[in-house]
Design a protein around this ligand. Structure first.
Ligand code: G3H
Length: 530
């Protein structure tokens, strides 16, 4: 059959493929002449389905990875580098320059978000705008942090001037589901606190970094941001093995996080900032407002096709309301619109990983073989780049979909008659990020909230789970996270308290006075940043 060009509206066409050949090391945008990897979108531009070739990226390996590491180590220069010793005001200025340049690339980045990871147009704009806002908020928060530390304190005859200092070299790896936002939510606080960084984009959502390379290159001193392309194991492994990384900042899965940590020879040197898997449950009590619950569970299970670490990945519904829930929820799922990211009103979009529909199918077949049924008519329907979310009931612990973080369109549902059942399951689970609790009676809710707050790190009342707003703490227990991220907390996760102390005597007091007057130390300063 002839291939018919083209089903893509003019505004969303990619005019030319992006043959990405530059990478950033030591302040230079170097030209790559080695092997390359092609980048495909699972979205078809032709009526007869075929993945669309978007371009290609360098396939880097150990030599380039070590060059990037050397550049970061050199820029940190054992804490003596230009960047880690720079005045806060000047670091802020560099970040402001960067974000202004980034804002100019909004349309380009958003278009690539849609093509590379299949995120809907409104969500792609949201990801970009939320990231820009995160950067501005981080700048403000950092200024406040600096203002609060621009002073001395005295205890037991000892003065102290306490600040937060950088940790050193940060290796930053982000996930494909938020290739811009989650990655920058690590990278930006790491940079602004005075660390030097090596950053490798996620496996999907790589080309969208291309329009920002020049902004990184021209906004920061050389070696502060180094950007590599290639497979994680080919570039991140060799870097970790050197033992020169001070912080591993990774949002992804615990297998990669464990493998990378194990390669680092000095485990006490290595700090970890990790956002990993989760299996956030929805718990629906008998008195839950069913319409509101359905809306929230739909958002929690299907936004970006369930490819969110905060997605609702298992639903517990009370026996008394299970029929009503299953019937209304199944109908609501089947009424969602599937289409390309730019289609109006689209809620379900192509899956960016070509193998994902097969994986979801495996979970589905396994559950069906073990006694579950599909509650919604369209559940499990396959197309070239999609599998319709199947609502599975009753799900048991023997099924893979109960245990594995599906990270895709499939919804396991269990019923309970005693609230201790979901609570026990959560206590046994390897994960502990968030929960959504649906109900009204305060005497039932109160003890539950008290318990759930100790099992996870965010209890969402009659609301789906989510990370935002980004000023709130984002973390998890057990295998779900290490360290806390938020505009406020991330600055702390990427720094350490360090201070100058001196005993109260004439010599010291005079020296400090002179030091402050001379304004030659960037650390020891009581200047108030405006
Ligand atoms: O993938 C995990 C993200 O942090 C989820 O963020 O809840 O804003 O979608 P979100």
């Amino acid at each position: 059959m002839a291939v018919v060009d083209s089903i893509i509206p003019e505004a969303f066409k990619i005019s030319a493929s992006i043959e990405q050949r530059h990478y950033l090391i030591d302040g230079e945008l170097r030209k790559w002449t080695g092997e390359t990897t092609e980048v495909f979108s699972t979205i078809s531009s032709t009526e007869v389905y075929q993945p669309t070739r978007l371009g290609s990226i360098p396939t880097m390996g150990e030599p380039e990875a070590l060059e990037a590491l050397d550049a970061a180590v050199k820029a940190y220069n054992q804490g003596q580098g230009v960047w880690p010793t720079m005045k806060v005001k000047d670091r802020v200025e560099c970040m402001e320059n960067f974000v202004k340049k980034m804002e100019e690339k909004r349309e380009e980045v958003v278009k690539l978000l849609m093509w590379e990871i299949g995120k809907s147009k409104p969500d792609s704009y949201k990801e970009f705008d939320r990231t820009v806002e995160y950067i501005y908020d981080t700048i403000e928060e950092y200024k406040q942090l600096d203002r609060d530390s621009a002073k001395f304190q005295k205890n037991d005859g000892v003065y102290a001037h306490i600040r937060r200092g950088p940790l050193g070299v940060v290796l930053c790896l982000g996930p494909y589901n938020y290739p811009l936002n989650e990655t920058f939510a690590l990278l930006i606080p790491a940079i602004i606190m005075g660390n030097t960084t090596i950053f490798k984009p996620a496996k999907h959502g790589v080309l969208l970094i291309t329009p920002l390379l020049e902004a990184f290159q021209s906004s920061f001193p050389k070696g502060v941001v180094n950007i590599l392309f290639g497979r994680g194991r080919a570039v991140a492994g060799p870097i970790m093995k050197t033992g020169k990384v001070d912080v591993l900042a990774l949002i992804g899965n615990s297998k990669s996080a464990n493998a990378l940590q194990e390669q680092h020879p000095k485990s006490n040197r290595l700090r970890l900032v990790l956002g990993l898997e989760a299996k956030n449950p929805a718990i629906i009590l008998p008195d839950a407002d069913m319409n509101l619950t359905i809306n929230e569970v739909i958002a929690g299970t299907t936004s970006f096709n369930g490819q969110r670490c905060t997605a609702l990945k298992v639903v517990y519904v009370h026996e008394d309301v299970k029929e009503e829930f299953l019937q209304k929820y199944s109908a609501a799922i089947d009424a969602l619109k599937f289409g390309n990211p730019w289609d109006d009103g689209v809620k379900l979009t192509p899956l960016p990983e070509p193998g994902k529909p097969d994986y979801i199918q495996e979970l589905l077949d396994d559950a069906l073989a073990k006694g579950a049924t599909i509650s919604n008519q369209k559940g499990g329907q396959r197309s070239d780049n999609y599998i319709w979310p199947a609502v599975l009931f009753p799900v048991t612990k023997e099924m893979r979909v109960y245990e594995e973080e599906q990270f895709g369109p499939i919804v396991p549902v269990l019923s309970f008659s005693d609230i201790s059942e979901p609570l026990d399951d959560m206590a046994e689970s390897n994960y502990g990020q968030q929960v959504s609790l649906f109900g009204k009676d305060v005497y039932t809710l109160s003890p539950l909230i008290d318990t759930l707050a100790n099992l996870v790190c965010r209890v969402n009342l009659n609301s789906s789970c989510q990370r935002g707003p980004d000023v709130y703490p984002f973390t998890g227990r057990k295998d779900s996270a290490q360290s806390t991220l938020s505009v406020h907390d991330a600055l702390r996760s990427f720094s350490i308290r360090t201070f100058v102390a001196f005993k109260d005597n004439e010599l010291n007091n005079e020296t400090i006075e002179q030091l402050l007057e001379a304004k030659v130390s960037n650390f020891l300063s009581t200047d108030y940043i405006l």
